[in-house]
Ligand binder design. Sequence first.
Ligand code: AMP
Length: 450
Amino acid sequence: MQRELNEECAVVGIFNHSEASKLAYFALHAMQHRGQEAAGISSGDGEKLHTIKDRGLVTRVFDEQKLKTLKGHMAIGHTRYSTAGDDSILDAQPVYARYDLGQLSIVHNGNLTNAQEVRGELIEKGAIFQTFMDTENLIHLIAKSSQKKLKDRIIDAVHKIEGAYSLVFLSRSKMFAVRDRFGFRPLSLGRVGDGYVVASETCAFDLIGAEYLRDVNPGEMLIFEKGKAPQSIQVFEPTPKHCIFEYVYFARPDSDVYEQNVYEMRKNMGKELAKEKPIDADMVIPVPDGGVPAAIGYSQESGIPYEMGIMRNHYVGRTFIEPTQEMRDLKVKMKLSPIRKLIEGKRLIVIDDSIVRGTTSRQIVRMLKDAGAAEVHMRISSPPTTDPCYYGVDTPDKHKLIAANMNTQEICDFIEADTLAYLSNEALLRSVNASDTNFCTACFTGDYIV
Ligand code: AMP
């Protein structure tokens, strides 16, 4: 099966602001952690849509000159995070098209689970695709809809797709934001100047000086039109199944996601972990940056001192995006190095947010032991990652997930730690003030919703 290419992204939309594309740029910059493969912005000045997109980081794709050409009072933007496969420029977003109603640009965070079927049907009826992105299906569904208004065509289209989507559309004069009925991926609404902003994470609001208003509801569509307050249409009955992995790993700690602060949630996970999986040691150290808040929580709960035992080089991209195993090994070393003087002869509790393939943990344990650590006790602030995600988080196939193939003791042996323990699913849900009815925990439980 062709891999979908718009997983784990960030989206933003700015409406009614004289510097719309600049604000979109800054918002994308704040959300760069959600995707480093490609970035793009479409702007609209009431006449034309202007689009620039390319591979690479937001700061590489845009400069002052380029942003000046993205004219208009509205703009939508995207950063893409993808793994293997075709990373041609065609697979960057926004996806832009001309059709019978005019011009349309779309950005999408999430993953459509019925994309192959929908695409197959469209191709059978003569549609021609330029990319492997499931987002392109939407263009075709909207173009083929018999409805007269774009609003109704979008509603038509989202009834034909399944899975996870936080979408922002730009037409010549309007902006639309839609979130799937489960609210899998986050999407928040804010006020900026006399205009509005929607963004995947509220850290984007902070940077552009926007005021948070509320989250876009699961199943809700917002329509932004000049001179009017945003119009809300509840397209689907909301049945929240928020992605818990946003709290575990993906979102930035300064963001409020699903109306709760991510840092606090992670710290809670660390506290719960200390209660559930205690062990005597000299210090608690995080695997930076992901493990930091949980390590602080673990330290506070256990009374064992917190230290920064591992330094992170911030000029290396995330290790996950390299497709080959050798490159991943090297990149862990390039990224993380231990403070020898601090950890020599010490019994360490090492906190990380998750173990996926096991590569990172194994290297970290080795690195710490080589640097003279007496004992290394790995503590993971989430349950074993046993199942792949089909709703927009990039996890490898099941056979590559170490916890799908080994039990905790076997993983402990593999990563060569003295002990290994994970947070239980119940404690994770407690940490984020949730019951398992309003969160998706499929990556830890295999309970898929769609
Ligand atoms: P691994 O070496 O495959 O076990 O990777 C585990 C590391 O990757 C952990 O330190 C996590 O912080 C990080 N991680 C977990 N999930 C993801 C993801 N979806 N994308 C990128 N990094 C991740």
